[in-house]
Ligand binder design. Structure first.
Ligand code: PMP
Length: 419
């Protein structure tokens, strides 16, 4: 069968909706259109039953109690609610007192949906420590331990990085935060942006020591514009200042009529992921290994970014020396992928995530993120590998620097002409 082009290898940006998810959602647009807040008739009850079921499905995926799930518009909103909501609720000194309002720990290579709320908090009088990873991209429990303070309100460290797929020491960080809480008698909380992790890898908010967790529908074969925030209710009972006020839905954490079809879709997507993640994960790991093996064996001067093993199974980020990432992407139009993340690849800045790992500007500019998904086939990956390898070779033929490198000239010693 002929391959359908282009091939989609950008599942870290978004995933297609699973047809089973769409099927589950459809009745909730038309015949079952009620508002779950309508307590006085069947239309409302029916909608509430549907959102209750979805709450259970999402809770089961992460080992939570359904009451601990707050539906949101996606991971961006979940992150904002968790980070700003916790900071305002647990501030140590009031705004305008001239004293620090409290301390937060995060990392320099988090998603913008974590970095920007943190930066806003700095402007508002909080202090934030942005941890810096080593070359492997991992944030360790030791790093967090070294940064914790008596006035630390929140630690927010993502589970898996969206650009390089590296996996932080989440369970261990959670344990460190718990120990700190016990030792200080304080209320320091642990939030993780698990957008790229949940649905792909086993998650248990109890064993993993998590107080707040963000997730998104459209990264797990569900619809866009819906997500959830897990908010721990016991040991400790987490409180948050809401960012949207109104009808008091979602236990007052998030006002607004619920997006019933979206929530039903998120629930269905969660259930499918729980049932299929093991099989999908094993298959995707094989495909990723094949792709990496082809590229590293058939090309020289390539580097896989991030920790060699502590990575998501379906994602790889590869730098190609002597090639410009944007030109390569243009040359390999039949393969839909990204250079850096979708959010930053609109600008031609080298990826701040790769820079955080100490990857030089040159190589950070020449990287591709390739991420596979539920329907990616071996044939598609073979085709992608063929196209990428052929085009890197072609682009390098045009590169005088690559010629010099091949001739053994030490490029760091070349004197560049300045105009
Ligand atoms: N966090 C991470 C790690 C992500 O990858 C994304 C999606 N790019 C988001 C947050 C934002 O998610 P959403 O699109 O649901 O707002």
């Amino acid at each position: 069968m002929a391959l359908k082009l282009p091939i989609y290898l950008d599942h870290a940006a978004t995933t297609p909706c699973d047809p089973r998810v769409v099927e589950a959602m459809l009745p909730y647009f038309t015949e079952k259109f009620g508002n779950p807040g309508s307590r006085s008739h069947r239309f409302g009850w029916e909608a509430e039953e549907a959102t209750d079921k979805a709450r259970e499905q999402v809770a089961r995926l992460i080992g939570a109690d359904p009451k601990e799930i707050i539906f949101t518009s996606g991971a961006t909103e979940s992150n904002n609610l968790a980070i700003r909501g916790a900071a305002y609720m647990y501030e140590r000194n009031p705004a305008g007192s001239g004293k620090s309002r409290g301390h937060i720990i995060s990392a320099v290579h988090e998603h913008k949906a974590v970095l920007d709320p943190c930066k806003r908090l700095v402007k508002e009088g909080f202090e934030v420590t942005f941890l810096e990873p080593g070359r492997d991209g991992i944030i360790t429990a030791e790093m967090v331990k070294g940064a914790l303070r008596e006035d630390t309100i929140l630690v927010t460290v993502m589970w898996a990085n969206n650009e390089i797929g590296t996996i932080n020491e989440v369970r261990e960080i959670g344990a460190v935060v718990r120990e700190h809480r016990a030792a200080t008698g304080g209320d320091t909380l642990f939030h993780t942006d698990a957008t790229q992790w949940v649905g792909k890898m086993p998650t248990d908010v109890e064993k993993d020591n998590i107080d707040l967790l963000s997730m998104s529908g459209h990264k797990i074969y569900g619809p866009k514009g819906v997500g959830a925030l897990y908010v721990r209710r016991r040991k400790p009972r987490v409180r948050l200042v809401s960012l949207l006020d109104g009808g008091g839905q979602e236990r007052g954490f998030r006002s607004g009529t619920l997006n019933v079809p979206g929530i039903v879709g998120l629930g269905a997507a969660a259930e499918i992921c729980l049932n299929e993640m093991e099989r999908d994960g094993e298959r995707l790991l094989k495909l990723r290994r094949y792709l990496e093996e082809r590229i590293t064996s058939e090309l020289d001067v390539v580097a896989i970014n991030g920790h060699p093993e502590r990575r998501l199974p379906h994602l790889t980020n590869i730098s190609f020396g002597f090639v410009e990432g944007e030109s390569l992407m243009m040359a390999v139009k039949e393969v839909a992928c990204s250079s850096g993340s979708a959010c930053t690849s609109a600008s031609l800045e080298p990826s701040y995530v790769l820079k955080a790992l100490g990857v030089g500007d040159e190589l950070a500019h020449s990287s591709l993120r390739l991420s596979m998904g539920r329907w990616t086939t071996q044939e598609q990956v073979e085709y992608a590998a063929d196209r990428i390898i052929a085009n890197v070779k072609k682009l390098r033929e045009l590169s005088p620097l690559y010629d010099m490198y091949k001739e053994g000239i030490d490029l760091s010693k070349v004197e560049w002409a300045h105009h």
